[in-house]
Design a protein around this ligand. Sequence first.
Ligand SMILES: C[S@@+](CC[C@H](N)C(=O)[O-])C[C@H]1O[C@@H](n2cnc3c(N)ncnc32)[C@H](O)[C@@H]1O
Length: 260
Amino acid sequence: MTDHTYALSNAWKQARQRLALLEDELDPATRRRLLACGVTAGWQCLEVGAGGGSIAHWLCQQVGADGRVLATDIDTTLVAVDAPPNLELATHDLTRDPLPPAEFDLVHCRWLLHHLPDIDDAIGRLLGAVKPGGVLLIEEPDFFPVHAGAPALYARFMDALTRAVVAHTGRDCYWARSLPAMLEHHGLQAVGADAQAAVLHGGERLARFYRLSGQQARPRVLDTGLLAEADYDAALDLLDDPGLWAFGACTVAAWGRRPA
Ligand SMILES: C[S@@+](CC[C@H](N)C(=O)[O-])C[C@H]1O[C@@H](n2cnc3c(N)ncnc32)[C@H](O)[C@@H]1O
């Protein structure tokens, strides 16, 4: 039976560690993109699916005391830790709960939409919260690079893992390349995009992130039938092997302005 719940819950005992590894990997490029979008003192920002909270907390520093950051997630426990005074929190499910309409200079989400059943609907909801003239920035992984030149077991594990965690959506994790076109179809102006493929080294940060993800999602990964239990165990060992060099996901970032 398909499990419709989020596969990688923040309530898991190692969720903080897992999300911190992802943040260390992705934050430098995200911060660069946010600065290029113009984020500055006094801005009203919305961070959706805030996870471990590093970007929400960083945005609070950028917007200062005259600005405001609203961070939402289905589970805000981790983002709430050491929250700065200009951070507001809301427990919020993007698939069904409303967002404040046309209120934010910036709306941002990262590595969220691939978990949701209807990406177009989610983009529409995010866009509805952007002020006229404000910016929407979305960053999502496309896993095509994992198949390039890596050991077959690694590629098979990553394929099974990503299919397992998004099985309830009816999609795979090879669609983020379409994000810029999706933003244009939603009527955003001055749409821009870039993409960065991660390099993974066995035993290091990104490999540890995928190892933890695989451990958290173990029953779902095995349920896919794409990987026997012995191969699953061997893949976890491979992720610990310093001889492994491979590509991780390619994060596709796309941004644009809501028409004034
Ligand atoms: C892969 S984590 C990414 C966290 C953070 N955006 C980052 O990039 O570091 C996905 C986050 O989305 C949240 N999430 C999952 N489904 C959601 C939904 N329907 N609405 C809002 N947040 C959701 C999860 O709780 C988790 O914190």
